[in-house]
Write a protein that binds this ligand. Structure first.
Ligand code: F6P
Length: 377
């Protein structure tokens, strides 16, 4: 097996707190432990197509552990197999030539979500040895319990719920907080539980507006004259549509969701005497420093593990964490798939146990597929 001498690195898709911590860990580990050279692509796969890259030294990655964003830049449009700036042409052969022949890279580490992993898988097939690192605030990548950035997004959303709580209480209002989470409701679920939301609405369970209104009314009548609703951007009413904020025509996934909090505000205002207000958190969830210490340690561990996979020649693999242990899974198995919240997720059961509503009449209360009484036997 040849020891990798030159290794590329890129960040793809939407940014996520901890990207710089991963870049730092991969670069330091490859330079210090393996004596390799590291080259960073600018703006994700766009840099591979446009021949934009720069060497990364120990000095370049010093002091970036706590920085939000990515020092390399990123793009959630650039796909060498359907390149947005060249009429969606397949320019992957050019990208491969640049990375392999011009830059003489032995491998490339791609830090990204399911879209990035799908491109990484195809580049691996096209002849570039690839290693993946799972990134997304949505925490929806297959076969890894966690992605870095999720803990930070949950912390930001939880703080927002805490702040909305006091104003909801003072004004006796229904307050709605909208989090990100297109197809998976992990951020809304975890922030909702951490912030003690009364109602959590996620994309995986279509909500019944009458049930949401019933919960708010019951709280009003029971003396708790305020309600906190935490809704994921991808949630929708039974038989209803996604709230679309924007269509980004040249993006591989053109729909940008957002605004379901406004729909809910209207629906609830029609049904309640209490006043209703909404807050959309948006990209605040993706900006700023990663949480100390969870996302910083996770990102560093992921980066160091990715460097070890490269050094071992274990290509076509993505770093993952399963049951508290670092491991790797085939990038091919992760590409273009999402890990959704299932109704037997322990956190769903925990939310139900403390009386949180998911906006539907009957959600089964199960821990790992077992009811609480089955757990006792
Ligand atoms: O996948 C991460 C994510 O933050 C989603 O939660 C959100 O729907 C989307 O990206 C927003 O994308 P953009 O930055 O293009 O608005």
């Amino acid at each position: 097996m040849t020891v990798p001498r030159r290794v590329g690195i890129l960040t793809g898709g939407g940014d996520s707190p901890g990207l710089n911590a991963v870049i730092r860990a991969v670069t330091k580990s490859l330079i210090l432990d393996r004596g390799a050279e590291v080259v960073g692509f600018v703006d994700g796969f766009a840099g591979m197509v446009e021949k934009q890259s720069r060497p990364l030294s120990l000095r370049d990655v010093s002091g970036i552990l706590t920085l939000g964003g990515t020092i390399l830049g990123t793009s959630n449009k650039a796909n060498p197999f359907a390149y947005h700036l060249r009429g969606n042409a397949d320019v992957s052969a050019e990208a491969v030539r640049y990375a392999r022949d011009e830059l003489r890279l032995d491998a490339v580490v791609a830090i990204g979500g399911d879209g990035t992993m799908s491109i990484a898988h195809r580049l691996q097939q096209a002849g570039i040895p690839m290693v993946g690192v799972p990134k997304t605030i949505d925490n929806d990548l297959m076969y890894t319990d966690r992605t870095f950035g999720f803990d930070t997004a949950v912390a930001i959303a939880t703080e927002a719920i805490d702040r909305l709580h006091t104003t909801a209480q003072s004004h006796h209002r229904v307050m709605i907080l909208e989090t990100m989470g297109r197809y998976a409701g992990w951020i809304a679920l975890y922030a909702g539980v951490a912030g003690g939301a009364d109602v959590i609405l996620i994309p995986e369970m279509e909500y019944d507006i009458e049930e949401v209104a019933r919960v708010c009314r019951a709280r009003e009548q029971g003396g708790q004259r305020y309600t906190l609703v935490c809704v994921a951007e991808g949630a929708k009413p039974i038989g209803g549509q996604h709230a679309i904020r924007q269509v980004v025509a040249d993006s591989p996934d053109p729909l940008r969701l957002g605004g379901i909090c406004g729909v809910l505000e209207q629906q609830l205002t029609q049904r309640l005497t209490s006043e209703v207000r909404r807050t959309m958190l948006g990209h605040v969830q993706r900006g700023g420093t990663p949480t100390h210490a969870f996302d910083r340690t996770l990102a560093t561990a992921f980066g160091a593990y990715a460097a070890a996979l490269v050094a071992d020649g274990q290509y076509g693999r993505m770093v993952a964490t399963q049951g508290g242990r670092l491991t790797s899974v085939a990038i091919a198995d992760v590409a273009n798939r999402q890990r959704l919240v299932s109704s037997d997720a322990p956190m769903v059961a925990a939310a139900l146990a403390v009386g949180t509503s998911f906006g539907v009449k009957d959600v089964e209360f199960r821990f790992d597929g077992r009811t609480p009484s089955q757990l006792m036997t």
